[in-house]
Design a protein around this ligand. Sequence first.
Ligand code: T5A
Length: 208
Amino acid sequence: MAKFITLEGIEGVGKTSNLQYVKTLLEAAGQQCVVTREPGGTELGEALRGLLLSHSDDNMSADAELLMMFAARAEHLNKVIRPALENNQTVLCDRFTEATYAYQGGGRQLDVDKISKLETWVQEELRPDLTLILDAPVEIGRARAGRRSEPDRIEKEHDDFFQRVRKTYIKLAQRYPHRICLIDASVELEAVQVQIHEKLREYEILLS
Ligand code: T5A
């Protein structure tokens, strides 16, 4: 049966690298997969991503940032995620609403009730079946991300911001253990993938 699976974590922990690994495992097991990302995944979503991550407005208000994340998400759900699930395709998404709780709730310290109301409005009952949070110390994520490209508008935030983001992710995994789990992403890639494989079995996404 089609599942909705998301990968999360602070910058540079390996979400993009491991999303491809999950896709390979699921396709080998006969599941059709759609790989997508947030913010993004649609024409409007990618345009909003450009505005959110570029330095064209470094003083964007936290409320505007939050609303743009959910505007992109509403479009993504209507045009990509819900149609794929209805078509029996598993959706693998690089970040989703847990990122909003972690970055806008934890990082920007916005009122969690605002996020929760938007989540209910935009998603109704839909939540990911499984969220893999790749967890690693901020220094490790930053070092890996820094090797790849110049920091975008959010990556340029200070370490305190990312410590709060990481802490919020850990709390989410503690609060919703039936659908969110932590993966130790501080170790080498092969060891991260062993853990991911185990979790896909444990949460019955993979049956063997
Ligand atoms: N955002 C997003 C919000 O604020 N709110 C929201 O609601 C949403 C949805 C999106 C930004 O938007 C914010 C969060 C983000 O700031 P993004 O591109 O999705 O940006 O996120 P990034 O974290 O910036 O993506 P990155 O590509 O930087 O990180 P990844 O995908 O976690 O890491 P990846 O796979 O590209 O790997 C980075 C490097 O590390 C190596 C890889 O080879 C690569 O070179 N690597 C490892 N090296 C050693 N050991 C391992 N285990 C490794 N795993 C990967």
